[in-house]
Write a protein that binds this ligand. Structure first.
Ligand SMILES: C[S@@+](CC[C@H](N)C(=O)[O-])C[C@H]1O[C@@H](n2cnc3c(N)ncnc32)[C@H](O)[C@@H]1O
Length: 301
């Protein structure tokens, strides 16, 4: 059972700001003393000091349930992760040969639309019927299929490109999913993956979701991994690295604060309590990782 405390989160942000500032040499005496004074203020602020945290059970809500809630809001402006990920992924996709493409875990069809616009024949696959409804509204002529990443509804050697964006954080193990990508890709095909960066997982509040079966708020299981985990899964399958990028949160991205779009829990947009510490902890830190792999022309699977 996880206990999510707003005060605990903010003290963590202050701690990261101090540690990062010391490590990077940017924390002068005034900065350190300001952090210590702000920690005292946070501890003495009744709204925080007496705020009851939330006890939530990890793994008691499914990915499909989370995206059922999120689907109506997913494409609204203000998703900082998309703002940072999209230009990097699009730059890679723009340089690939046009052919047949799979958008694996396509969601509402964000990258599907871009691939379609580039002239690819695109197939979108996702496990969430609610996200797929939005994708079909957006792109009525595209072939969208409801399926799991572990069992793609495609024959071997079916596509030239696979893109899988911001979804692998939901799968417990990379290897079985990457094996599916290798199976459906033609030898020499391209795989573009974006995912939440391990470092970003420490620096955003964990969001409790709608109540689970016992009435308690639930937490979605998420899997954040070091960069080596992608290589460990991909290289034995015959994938070769073309590029690996770690786009960072830009300076100033914290303002204006984006309220959490999900309606089912109190907002955990807490950074306004300590803007200087939040900026020092979060700005210019990697938010996503974007991989471009190419499958060997002689495949290992
Ligand atoms: C954050 S959204 C990303 C959607 C889209 N790729 C984008 O970047 O806009 C994650 C998507 O992954 C899908 N997803 C998560 N686990 C999945 C699985 N095992 N099989 C298929 N889809 C999955 C979810 O339903 C959701 O639509």
């Amino acid at each position: 059972m996880a206990y999510l405390s707003p005060l605990g989160y903010l003290l963590g942000v202050e701690g990261v700001a101090l540690l990062r500032g010391l490590r990077e040499g940017s924390a002068d005496r005034a900065f350190v003393e300001a952090r210590i004074a702000e920690i005292r203020t946070l501890l003495d602020t009744p709204a925080l000091a007496h705020a009851e945290g939330i006890t939530a059970e990890p793994g008691t809500i499914s990915t499909a349930e989370v995206y059922e809630d999120w689907a109506p809001h997913y494409d609204a402006p203000g998703n900082g992760m998309i703002d940072i990920e999209q230009p990097v992924v699009r730059r890679i996709l723009d340089g690939l040969p046009v052919g047949t493409a799979l958008d694996a875990a396509c969601g509402t069809g964000r990258h599907t639309a871009h691939l379609h616009g580039l002239g690819h024949k695109v197939i979108g696959v996702d496990a969430s019927p609610d996200m797929l409804d939005r994708a079909r509204e957006r792109l009525p002529d595209v072939d969208f299929r409801e399926a799991d990443l572990h069992r793609l509804p495609l024959p071997d050697d079916a596509v030239d490109t696979v893109v899988c964006a911001l979804a692998l954080t939901h799968v417990p193990e990379l290897a079985p999913v990457l094996r599916e990508f290798a199976r459906v890709l033609r030898p020499g095909g391209h795989l573009v993956i974006s995912d939440a960066h391990l470092l970003s997982s420490y620096l955003r509040p964990t969001l409790p979701r709608r109540p689970g079966p016992d009435g308690r708020p639930s937490l979605l299981d998420e899997y954040h991994r070091p960069l080596s985990a992608y290589l460990t899964a991909a290289l034995p399958l015959g994938f070769q690295v073309r590029s690996c990028e770690e786009p960072r949160r830009p300076r100033g991205f914290l303002a204006p604060a984006a309220p959490d779009p999900l309606p089912t829990h109190p907002s955990w947009d807490l950074h306004h309590w300590c803007p200087e510490a939040s900026a020092a902890a979060l700005e210019d830190s990697p938010l996503v990782v974007v991989w471009h792999f190419r499958l060997d022309t002689t495949r290992a699977t």
